[in-house]
Ligand binder design. Structure first.
Ligand code: SF4
Length: 84
């Protein structure tokens, strides 16, 4: 699990050299543009985990939209705990 303090991976992301505003779009077209940058990002999985673990509501993270992450969090909460 990633913590709030574990952000070293961000420097390796496809977005490191792009304006942050690209990942906080105001419409669906902007979301798709950002998701295209995320598509082959080498730290995509870590980015998504970070956003989910830290309940980040806004922006595109790990190739997911705000709505998609809400769905993932809901599915995670509903998943039964396995013991042993
Ligand atoms: S998955 Fe997207 S938002 Fe996350 S580090 Fe990569 S390019 Fe940036």
């Amino acid at each position: 699990m990633n913590s709030v303090l574990d952000t070293d991976w961000m420097a390796e992301g496809n977005c490191a050299e792009r304006p942050p505003s690209l990942f906080f779009p105001s419409d669906g077209v902007g979301v798709e543009v950002a998701k295209r940058v995320c598509a082959d990002c080498p730290v995509k999985a870590r980015c998504l985990d970070y956003a989910l673990d830290n309940r980040i509501d806004h922006g595109v993270w790990g190739g997911t939209s705000e709505r998609e992450r809400r769905r993932l969090l809901k599915a995670r909460a509903e998943r039964p705990l396995t013991v042993g």
